[in-house]
Write a protein that binds this ligand. Structure first.
Ligand code: ES4
Ligand code: ZN
Length: 326
């Protein structure tokens, strides 16, 4: 349809994308063969049959074990490169990609393999695809604050390759304040800050308040439960905070896309963006997320243009580089 063509053709930034969430079953088989790993599921259909998520916990229980096939720098490069080729087809011209180093270092993979491979793909994207690509180091919130701090120290030699830090994984009993010191140190080192405030988590709106008022984030990942507190919505608007929403992801980890919340915030003038989160698992890359939201909420082409403009305005591009896009 023309809506699909329009959505895919729009130049856009993707700001909420987990590289480990781009592992398609076909590449998983290739990497397993290369590394001599035996997989329980033998066919693409058998792998996809395990993508039967009802909430965040059941998603994460599939997501982490799949990463065992990622071992060498080439593996990480190939994963990111496959994503960047898909992103190109979806109109992505700038991307800020999350990666989860602790999911790899905790199973014995050197930090350098992870970032070395990802960085090589990011550099290649600029020269071969015309996509500017940056990396955001995400801490796992169900690991300790000490482990996060150790990971931040491991990352400092690679500071020039990392634009910001984030926080993901299981939000229950792992509120933002647990990582206040880590994020204060990251800010002092010059990193931009963002944190996940996942959909409908216990105490979600309290966590959103904390990331804004206590952590001082530059952006919020998901965060649409902010609609429960109009005063906080007003503050986020005043600060021009970006929200990286992921409609199709929402429909997997809750029962719906949360289109009313996303579009409501967009209409109120907040810097709402649309992204794919874990596209290999949720079956939708960023263009498909624009289309899904547009169809669900009856968005116009003008609305889609606003979402694309927001994606650059909420990005961490320097003003000079941003001006090349908007
Ligand atoms: C994630 Cl949907 C979601 N929530 C929290 N952490 C994540 N890591 C990858 N996808
Ligand atoms: Zn996410």
């Amino acid at each position: 349809t023309s809506l699909t063509d329009f959505a895919f053709g729009l130049p856009k930034a993707e700001l909420h994308l987990h590289l480990e969430g781009t592992l398609e079953p076909e590449l998983k088989f290739d990497l397993a063969a290369r590394n001599g790993i035996e997989l329980a599921e033998k066919t693409v259909d058998a792998v996809k049959a395990t993508y039967d998520f009802t909430d965040l916990t059941s998603f994460l229980a599939v997501y982490y074990p799949a990463m065992n096939v990622l071992q060498t720098a080439d593996d990480f490069h190939d994963l990111a490169w496959a994503y960047l080729l898909r992103a190109k087809e979806q109109g992505v011209v700038h991307v800020e990609m999350f990666f989860d180093p602790q999911a790899h270092t905790s199973r014995g993979v050197p930090f350098g393999n992870v970032i070395g491979g990802y960085r090589r793909a990011a550099v290649r994207a600029e020269s071969e695809l015309g996509i500017s690509a940056e990396l955001i180091l995400c801490f796992l919130r169900d690991f300790s604050a000490e482990h996060a701090m150790t990971t931040l120290m491991e990352a400092l030699p690679y500071k020039a390759w990392i634009i910001g830090v984030g926080l993901d994984s299981d939000e229950r009993d792992n509120p933002p304040g647990k990582f206040a010191d880590v994020f204060a140190r990251a800010k002092a080192e010059g990193f931009f800050l963002t944190m996940h405030c996942d959909i409908d988590q216990v105490g979600s709106v309290d966590n959103i308040r904390a990331v804004i008022e206590e952590i001082g984030v530059d952006r919020i990942d998901h965060g649409t439960n902010i609609v429960e507190d109009p005063a906080l919505v007003a503050l986020a608007k005043e600060r021009g905070l970006g929200f990286t929403t992921c409609p199709v992801s929402n429909s997997f980890v809750t029962e719906q896309m949360k289109a009313d919340e996303i579009v409501g915030l967009l209409r109120e003038g907040l810097r709402v963006t649309v992204n794919s989160d874990d596209p290999a698992y949720f079956g939708a890359y960023v263009g498909e997320n624009y289309v899904a939201l547009a169809e669900q909420a009856g968005l116009s082409q003008t609305d889609l243009v606003q979402l694309a403009i927001n994606s650059f305005e909420a990005s961490w591009l320097t003003p000079a580089r941003r001006a090349a896009f908007v």
